[in-house]
Write a protein that binds this ligand. Sequence first.
Ligand code: ADP
Length: 445
Amino acid sequence: DAAPRKAKGTTKQVENGTKVEEKEDKAAQSLLNKMIHTSLVNTTNQVEVLQRDPKSPLYSVKTFEELRLKDELLRGVYDMGFNRPSKIQENALPMMLAEPPQNLIAQSQSGTGKTAAFALAMLSHVDPANKWTQCLCIAPTYELALQTGKVIEQMGKFYPEVKLAYAIRGNKLDRGTKLQEQIVIGTPGTVLDWCSKLKIIDPKKISVFVLDEADVMIATQGHQDQSIRIQRMLPNECQMLLFSATFEDSVWKFAERVVPDPNIIKLKREEETLDTIKQYYVLCNDKDEKFTALCNIYGAITIAQAMIFCHTRRTAGWLSAELTKEGHVVALLSGEMTVEQRAAIIERFREGKEKVLVTTNVCSRGIDVEQVSVVINFDLPIDKDGNADNETYLHRIGRTGRFGKRGLAVNMIDSKHSMNILNQIEEHFNKKINKLDTDDLDEIE
Ligand code: ADP
């Protein structure tokens, strides 16, 4: 795989002599999301559907029975604990299973049922009597491919005639080997090799092509090119399906290149708001005073669960050690951890095994903070130019409207610079952040 491996969005930056936390790599973030979403993410937003042929009737299903799946697959679906199609599946499944096949571009945030939908579509389209590859799915990384493969295996549990192969690095096959597995999931480089150089898969016999995590895929130029080269080898009548969690212009342009005449399904992300959050700031002189203030807050109010954000790994490590010394049971999420380790820590925190989670920015996006009553910005979020990072602030503190739970956010200020950042945030959201006197905390309970 000659694709450049350098992840976009990884910025190493030196500030005051310390390395600022590396920005999370998109693929790792996506994998983390997959690992921690053990159930569907709820959204109140409506699905938007744009049909290729606006005159054709729009089908949507409320049950899996309506899809007339093979018994083996219906059993698989129910065995996974699915009772009814998710919002996006209600529309996507009838389109994907239609005859003749229809192309689809679908966008919805992680955890809304995309993977399950295309896994089911691939399994439905396969003819198990044919011992060649019929469905091809590409994913941006080895780990993401494995994760998706697991879903296909689980859903196909009662359909053992259908076999799955992984086209990923390390899986070496000889040139000219004729692959018998009906479904292949892999990374673009290896899939391309198997289809062209090694002639292990005959691309002309592919009837379903899935491109998953398109937004992550195009972050690597090499992957984008390889994906397009694979797509060009497929027959015209092959069904093309593309999925993405986000839809910036670049994703859209790419999607239009690889999916001709598409139906389009979009499900907007739930908006986050600061409306139900009480925001405060605390004035301190340095790190130690911030720590003392934090302990005062903790001593004064009952906190179910709190998340504390630091700017660097070093501060996060220091803070969690100090809090532990004070007798708190603290979990620490940090950038050098593997995705598996992070997923395990988030899981424990969600189960309430720890009451405090100290973290850097790296991990905040994957975590649903609805259950967290208090968020402390030990350091305010800044972008790489040192300005207020409003988006991250909103994501740390904000709630999606539907839950309506109230929350408390406390920002620790220890310099003119951080006061400046705070003012930028106030201005951006047009919301006043009040000063909190940590010697008199009655007002916040
Ligand atoms: P995405 O690909 O959009 O991230 P997934 O397909 O991985 O979403 O689904 C997220 C989670 O929801 C997974 O744990 C999956 O097993 C579960 N899930 C998917 N579809 C359904 C459904 N119809 N009913 C219940 N759970 C579902």
